[in-house]
Design a protein around this ligand. Structure first.
Ligand SMILES: C=C(O[C@@H]1C=C(C(=O)O)C=C[C@H]1O)C(=O)O
Length: 357
C-alpha cells in the first residue's frame, strides 16, 4: 500500500482521487470483470484506438469527496528542445483529408498536430496538474498514471459521459474559435462562431453520433436543437448538453465510455473511415483523443474526452501534446493550422512555456 497519487479528476467544486495501485487492467473487459468480482472502482485511460491497450487501475484508496487540486501558477520554464508538426505538414494533411471527404471516404475527420518539449530537470505530475488548474476555470483537471510510469495530465472541458443511477449526461464540444484579449474581438469571435455554417455542421456530426449510440439504451433522450457557446481560457466552442434515462441500470459508466469513445469531436464520421484516415495521415494516437475517467461498483462514474492534455514521459524530462480540429467540406487548411496553435496554448500556459519569453 502506498500513498502516492495514481488518479485525480478535479473541478473547483471538488475532486475524486485515487492513491496507490491495487491492480491494473489493460482492457475494458478486464476492468469490467474486476468490478464484477468486487473491485470498488476502476479509473484511468481508454486509448483513442478502441482496439489499443487501456491503462486502467484500481487504487489502494479511493476518495470521492476530496478538495480540488490547488492551482499553481507555473514558474517560467526554459525547454531544452521543442518540436511542433510544421504548419506546412499540417496544411498538407488537411488538404488530403479534404480530398478524401470530397471523394466520399468520410464526412468529417479530426486531424491533430503534435508538440514535443524536453526539459533539463524532471517535472512532477501533480505540479503540472496544478498548473492546468490555474487556467482551467470549469474544465476538469486530470492526472492519470498510464503504462510504464507515464502520465496523462490535462484540463478537458469536454464531458464524454457521466452516469448516475439511470441518468446519463454528455456535453460534447465541436466547433472552435480562438479567444482574444481584446473584449470586442473576443465577442466578435464568439458571435461569428455561433453562426458559422462550417462549425455548426462539424458540431452536428458529434451530437447525431452520440444520440444514435445512446438511443438503443435509453427510455428518454433529449438535447436542445441548437448548440450553445462555451469557453475555456483560450477557446470558444459550440457545445450541446445531452440527457438520457437508461432502460437498464446495469449498463455502467465504463460500458458507456467504451461505446461512445472516440466521438466525431476527436475522430470523425463515419468512425471507422475517419480513424483509418487519421492513422494514414497523422500516425498512431495512443491516449490523446481517448477518454479519462472512473467507474464505481454501482456503475456510476464520469469520463472526459482526453484533449488539452500532455503525456509526461517516464523519465519526466519530456512531454508530448496534441491539438486537433475537425475537417469538413469548407474547412480552410490555413485556418486549421491557426486553430491548433490556439489550442496548444492551454498546455503552454499550464507548463509556463510562454512565461519564459
Ligand atoms: C480535438 C480537439 O478538440 C476537439 C475538437 C474541436 C473542433 O474541432 O472544433 C472542438 C473541441 C474538441 O472536441 C483538441 O483540443 O485537440
Amino acid at each position: 500500500m502506498t500513498d502516492a497519487e495514481s488518479f485525480l479528476l478535479s473541478r473547483p467544486a471538488g475532486a475524486v482521487r485515487g492513491t496507490g495501485v491495487r491492480a491494473r487492467y489493460d482492457s475494458v473487459d478486464a476492468a469490467r470483470a474486476a468490478l464484477r468480482d468486487g473491485a470498488p472502482v476502476v479509473a484511468g485511460l481508454l486509448a483513442f484506438d478502441t482496439a489499443g491497450p487501456a491503462a486502467l487501475l484500481t487504487p489502494d484508496r479511493w476518495t470521492t469527496d476530496a478538495g480540488p487540486i490547488t492551482a499553481r501558477t507555473p514558474a517560467a520554464i526554459r525547454p531544452s528542445h521543442v518540436w511542433i508538426t510544421p504548419p506546412a505538414e499540417h496544411r498538407d494533411r488537411v488538404a488530403a483529408a479534404l480530398a478524401a471527404i470530397e471523394a466520399g471516404r468520410a464526412a468529417k475527420v479530426v486531424l491533430a498536430r503534435t508538440m514535443e518539449v524536453g526539459f533539463d530537470a524532471p517535472l512532477d505530475p501533480l505540479s503540472i496538474a496544478g498548473g492546468f488548474a490555474a487556467g482551467a476555470r470549469d474544465a476538469a483537471v486530470f492526472a492519470a498514471q498510464g503504462p510504464d510510469d507515464r502520465w496523462l495530465i490535462g484540463a478537458s472541458p469536454e464531458l464524454l459521459v457521466r452516469k448516475q443511477g439511470r441518468v446519463v449526461t454528455c456535453h460534447p464540444y465541436a466547433g472552435s474559435a480562438a479567444r482574444s484579449a481584446d473584449p470586442e474581438l473576443d465577442a466578435a469571435a464568439a458571435a461569428s462562431l455561433s453562426t458559422s455554417d462550417k462549425d455548426l455542421r462539424e458540431h452536428a456530426f458529434v451530437v447525431d453520433d452520440l444520440r444514435e449510440r445512446l438511443a438503443p439504451l435509453c427510455a428518454e433522450l433529449s438535447a436542445p436543437t441548437a448548440p450553445s457557446l462555451m469557453s475555456t481560457g483560450e477557446m470558444w466552442h459550440l457545445a450541446t448538453p445531452i440527457r438520457g434515462v437508461l432502460h437498464d441500470d446495469s449498463v455502467t459508466a465504463l460500458d458507456l465510455a467504451a461505446r461512445l469513445s472516440p466521438t466525431p469531436a476527436v475522430g470523425g464520421t463515419p468512425r471507422a473511415a475517419a480513424t483509418a484516415l487519421i492513422a494514414e495521415l497523422e500516425g498512431t494516437r495512443e491516449f490523446y483523443g481517448g477518454t479519462v475517467g472512473w467507474c464505481d461498483d454501482r456503475g456510476d462514474g464520469e469520463w472526459l474526452v482526453s484533449i488539452r492534455c500532455l503525456e509526461l514521459a517516464a523519465d519526466r524530462r519530456g512531454i508530448r501534446t496534441w491539438a486537433g480540429g475537425g475537417i469538413v467540406t469548407g474547412s480552410d487548411p490555413e485556418a486549421e493550422v491557426a486553430e491548433t496553435t490556439a489550442k496548444f496554448r492551454t498546455v503552454r500556459r499550464a507548463l509556463g512555456l510562454d512565461a519564459a519569453g
